[in-house]
Design a protein around this ligand. Structure first.
Ligand code: ATP
Ligand code: MG
Ligand code: MG
Length: 352
């Protein structure tokens, strides 16, 4: 089997490495911004856990490797303008948008909607590089050329689809996950609740269409808004995704293993999902050993320095059925810091 080299050595690279361990699959996360020779071998397969890096010595080696997978998809997705244009071209529903150019910015913004979100074309994540604007507000001159503007969507909730495609073009998907973001950061996800069959079908068809168009190999995630029961695609992530972390114990095949299977050309089968799961992010907060008393609780700690609001770990709570998941959530809610109780309130509300 090939060695899998991951551009980026954050938690996603770490979890890919963990997923490879049982099969002795060699997964090597590297810093793509380093000025060192990485010693890549011709038969290595290169994948990413981050979308942006510099043209450093290491970065160029990764980019120029003949087995750098998903170069095209990455190019399409790292710039929001190209990403939105791709969705339009493939007739995948997304929020109305324009690219902001020099000229009358207020007129351009108003042409989209009375309330819009301005998003930097490159480099944004966790809601960074975004501004809210509404009719009457002053537009910032620096948005021109650097940003897109999209209509503010009055969604009832957010969902995401995680799927994978292999070299033969076979595609598999997890059930839609329901997500709660606060200030642009994912706080919690609930997985494997019943969803309208049409939503699951549409989402799989769209993500499948996108992956086919890019000749994509590996896991891709698609974030969506739900408006009047219909899906609108928010954005794509050409990698394993935070809203798929519940699959670590919530499925016999985690998104990390699924990604490795696709890259190493191992059999790709639909990941079995039997029970129900909640994932909540540890944002600038440590975990407590007593949490492990609660059935179904699994702690994933990234070993990063704790800073306010920073993703330093996550907790998966996986149980066979909704009633026992509710029991575990209530038990864990009593043990977490006050600031985190709200994530449990949201999760419990989804299970009612
Ligand atoms: P990520 O960390 O997921 O990559 P990001 O910085 O790329 O995040 P988005 O996913 O574009 O940002 O937006 C973050 C969140 O902000 C969304 O999940 C949603 O809650 C809200 N949001 C973004 N765009 C819109 C919109 N057009 N209408 C309403 N809410 C939006
Ligand atoms: Mg994003
Ligand atoms: Mg997002």
């Amino acid at each position: 089997l090939p060695r899998i080299v991951v551009a980026g050595n954050g938690q996603l690279g770490q979890m890919l490495q963990q997923a490879g361990a049982p099969m002795q699959l060699d997964v090597m996360p590297v810093d793509p911004n380093g000025d060192i020779e990485l010693g890549l071998r011709p038969d290595d397969v290169i994948t990413v856990e981050i979308e942006h890096w510099s043209d450093s010595v290491s970065g160029l080696q990764l980019k120029q490797h003949p087995n750098f997978r998903n170069k095209v998809a990455l190019h399409m997705v790292i710039d929001r303008q190209r990403q939105k244009a791709l969705l339009d071209r493939l007739q995948v529903p997304t929020s109305p948008w324009v690219s902001l150019e020099d000229g009358d910015l207020n007129a351009q913004l108003e042409s989209v909607a009375d309330k819009v979100i301005v998003k930097r074309r490159r480099g944004g994540y966790d809601g960074r590089g975004q501004w809210r604007w509404q009719k009457g507000d002053q537009a910032e001159a620096e948005w021109a050329g650097e940003c897109i503007a999209e209509a503010m969507i009055p969604f009832s909730h957010e969902v995401s689809l995680v799927g994978a495609r292999n070299a033969a073009g076979e595609k598999v998907f997890y059930p839609l996950t329901r997500n709660w973001h606060e200030n642009g950061i994912l706080r919690a996800s609930v997985a494997n609740l019943p969803v309208p069959a049409e939503q699951q079908q549409n989402a799989e068809e769209w993500l499948g269409r996108i992956m086919d168009d890019e000749g994509y190999i590996g896991v891709m995630a698609m974030e969506c808004f739900v408006v009047d029961g219909k899906l609108l695609v928010n954005e794509l992530a050409p990698r394993v995704h935070n809203s798929g972390h519940w699959t670590q114990e919530g499925s016999a095949i985690s998104q990390f293993q699924l990604h490795l299977r696709a890259l190493a050309d191992l059999p790709l089968i639909t990941p079995p999902v039997d029970g129900v799961s909640v994932m909540y992010n540890l944002l600038g907060r440590n975990w407590k050993p007593e949490w492990l008393q609660v059935p179904g609780v699994h702690v994933h700690w990234y070993g990063k320095e704790i800073r306010p609001g920073r993703k330093v770990g996550h907790v998966n709570i996986c149980r066979p059925d909704v009633a026992s998941l509710i029991d575990s959530l209530k038990a864990l809610q009593a043990l977490v810091d006050d600031e985190d109780k709200i994530a449990f309130e949201w999760s419990l509300a989804q299970l009612q």
